[in-house]
Design a protein around this ligand. Structure first.
Ligand code: SPD
Length: 373
């Protein structure tokens, strides 16, 4: 607790003393009342404004202040809690952002919807810092539109002052018992993916009978008296910290931010397997200031900047040159570091884009039904 509060306080003071100008809004979060703790200094710079649409609690405010100071610009960050809500807002029009922060599996959806413009990565002097494993990914050949930002698997978090899990298993949520109070992520691919994994299927299953089995399991799950809510990652962390739930499905980084504050918070990757995804930075087609957007991406690719972001957010870092600067706390966390065997065995599986058609429609229908229960 002390470490993160201290970091937040130091960050805020530094930001304030540098007359920092960025404003980090948390639109989804505010609506959901998850109480983000990100400081929000007032804007004072008179230069250009860079507008970023990003997952919540996903950047170090000090780094944003540094970019503003170096470039004499303002940065405004609005946040979201799922790819689906980000897409809905961008496709609805009316929002004018320079950069967004989609996960790997929605990049091609955004390309088809003509939401993205090519990065022109030849103009990024730090692109060469990206770790080899993140180059030329199948979801964006040749990194035409995206650079990897951060990544994490999804696990189950708990507060051991309140609850001690009997096993590291999804059974705590999907099993027959009904005394555990739990929350699930407000994220369709994560929730349906967890049910699929529990049943022994791929998180990317397109088989109707497997999806129906996941749907039936989830129908029962959300009827349990222990089911508390569908919530964003930071909100689930806050519920665990407050002791208002026993267990929460959560992106590992969001939980580790809490674990660094409170030693009672822990996270594990369930033995049946789980999801992982890479979040990226992309320049939106309607960007009012693409040159500034590119400058920000290049800044984030600087090794020390990239490491500072991961050291603040506790998410995985895809920048080869940043690795020496990463906090040893991160390297010590099992859930932060899936092993090569976790990947080769399929225990930890990347969420991929679903092929359009029946299966994709079934995912949508399952989610709509669960949310309107
Ligand atoms: N608070 C940061 C959350 C980052 C989530 N990563 C993407 C998960 C995609 N299902």
């Amino acid at each position: 607790m002390k470490r993160r509060l201290l970091l937040a306080a130091v960050g805020w003071l530094l930001a304030a003393s540098l007359s920092a100008c960025h404003r980090i809004e948390s639109k989804d979060s505010a609506a959901e009342g998850n109480g983000t703790t990100t400081p929000r200094p007032t804007q004072t710079n008179s230069g250009d404004t860079l507008r970023i649409f990003m997952w919540s609690d996903y950047i170090d405010p000090e780094v944003v202040g540094q970019f503003e100071k170096q470039n004499g610009v303002n940065v405004v960050i609005d946040t979201y809690e799922s790819n689906e809500s980000m897409l809905a807002k961008l496709q609805g029009g009316g929002a004018s952002y320079d950069l967004a922060n989609p996960s790997n599996y929605v990049i091609q959806t955004m390309v088809r919807a003509k939401l993205l413009q090519p990065l022109q990565k030849n103009l990024l002097k730090n692109f060469g810092n990206v770790s080899a494993g993140f180059l030329n990914p199948n979801f964006d050949p040749d990194n035409t539109y995206s650079v990897p930002y951060q990544f994490a698997a999804t696990g189950l978090g708990y507060n051991d002052a309140r609850f001690k899990p009997a096993a590291e298993s999804w059974n705590l949520i999907f099993g027959p018992q009904d005394h555990i109070k739990f929350a699930l992520l407000d994220d369709p691919r994560e929730v349906i993916g967890a049910a699929l994994k529990y049943l022994g299927y791929s998180v990317n299953s397109g088989k109707v009978e497997e999806l129906r089995a996941a749907r039936d399991l989830l129908r029962q799950t959300v009827k349990k008296k222990g089911f508390e809510s569908f919530s964003g990652g930071p909100e689930i962390r806050n519920k665990l910290l407050a002791g208002s739930i026993d267990l929460g499905q959560i992106y590992v980084g969001d939980l580790l931010q809490g674990a660094a504050e409170n030693g009672h918070l822990h996270v594990f990757l369930p033995r049946e397997g789980t999801t992982i995804s890479t979040d990226t930075l992309v320049i939106l087609r309607g960007s009012p200031n693409p040159a500034l957007a590119r400058k920000f991406i290049d800044f984030v690719l600087e090794p020390k900047v990239s490491a500072a972001i991961s050291n603040y957010t506790y998410y995985g870092n895809p920048n080869a040159k940043a690795q020496p600067y990463l906090d040893p706390f991160l390297k010590s966390q099992k859930a932060f570091n899936p092993t090569p065997e976790d990947f080769s065995s399929g225990r930890v599986e990347f969420i991929n884009e679903l092929p359009a058609g029946n299966a994709a429609r079934l995912y949508d229908r399952i989610w709509t039904e669960l949310k309107s229960r």
